[in-house]
Design a binder for this molecule. Structure first.
Ligand code: PAF
Length: 258
């Protein structure tokens, strides 16, 4: 497995790949968990070459302390990638990936303002900009994204269509813990007590009731609620639990008849 930390090294490696071979990319910010593992495994199965990016992207953080507290488990991430048969890890420095210091960026003007975008101004500009850079550098035939980040997934698909980018976005189901909490790198930051409490989030989100009522139930349980909203076939929500921001979504009607 190659671990490439500069753009130049990545480009040399990428250019050495036989053009007949299909390259898959799993874009991540590291702190890998079983959800990422499922993306990697699918990428491995469906492509000749499996690549992953590990880059904590500062431009998608609107809150400096959130960026500083983002978990970093680089050595463990490399071991997981090696065990799953990843061919190359791309893990650049900010200055290398953003030679323009983010003067140029990708902006979407509608969906990016809703839900998480309403609470994290500029977040999706950062996501779309870095994903576009990664696509240009990796030139993947397929790229793998988790459905947990439902809004991100819709925006990335929209960008690919808008800019005629020759990559297929593969949406992968959310992987959950046994108590149904969606796997997320942010779960690493939950205390034991808050981790137990967080199990109520997916349970309450599945309540077959109007969004306002679900938000009330979450608040009554002690969560700080950013939003509960139906969007593009899903009930989406973001909450804070012990200072950690968690997001989740379920197909509309998921809780009916339970
Ligand atoms: O979902 C993530 O981990 C990030 O938003 C992504 C897509 C890797 C861009 O930094």
């Amino acid at each position: 497995m190659e671990i490439l930390t500069s753009i130049r090294a990545w480009q040399v490696w990428r250019d050495s790949i036989d053009p007949q071979k299909q390259v898959g990319l799993v874009p991540t910010m590291g702190a890998l968990h079983a959800g990422h593992r499922s993306l990697i495994q699918r990428c491995r199965r469906e492509n000749d070459i499996c690549t992953i990016s590990l880059f904590v992207n500062p431009t998608q953080f609107n809150d400096q302390s959130d960026l500083e507290n983002y978990p970093n488990t680089f050595d463990a991430d490399c071991r997981l990638c090696e065990a799953e048969g990843v061919d190359a890890i791309f893990s650049p420095e900010y200055g290398d990936l953003y030679p323009d210091d983010y003067r140029y960026r990708v902006t979407e003007d509608e969906v990016s303002r809703l839900l998480c975008g309403a609470h994290r101004p500029g977040h999706f500009d950062g996501v779309l900009s870095v994903v576009m850079k990664l696509f240009h550098l990796a030139r993947p035939k397929r790229a793998y994204f988790g459905e947990k980040d439902w809004q991100q997934l819709q925006l990335v698909k929209g960008m690919v269509d808008a800019f005629f980018m020759p990559v297929t976005i593969v949406a992968c189901p959310t992987v959950r813990e046994t108590d149904n909490l969606a796997l997320s790198s942010r779960n690493f930051n939950l205390s034991q007590g808050h981790r137990r409490k967080a199990a109520a989030f997916p349970r309450l989100l599945a309540t077959p009731a109007p969004v306002e009522e679900v938000a009330r139930l979450l608040e009554a349980d002690g969560f700080e609620v950013d939003y509960v909203q139906d969007f593009n076939g899903r009930r989406c929500a973001a909450i804070h639990c012990g200072g950690v921001r968690l997001i989740d979504n379920l197909p509309l009607g998921y809780g009916d008849g339970q």
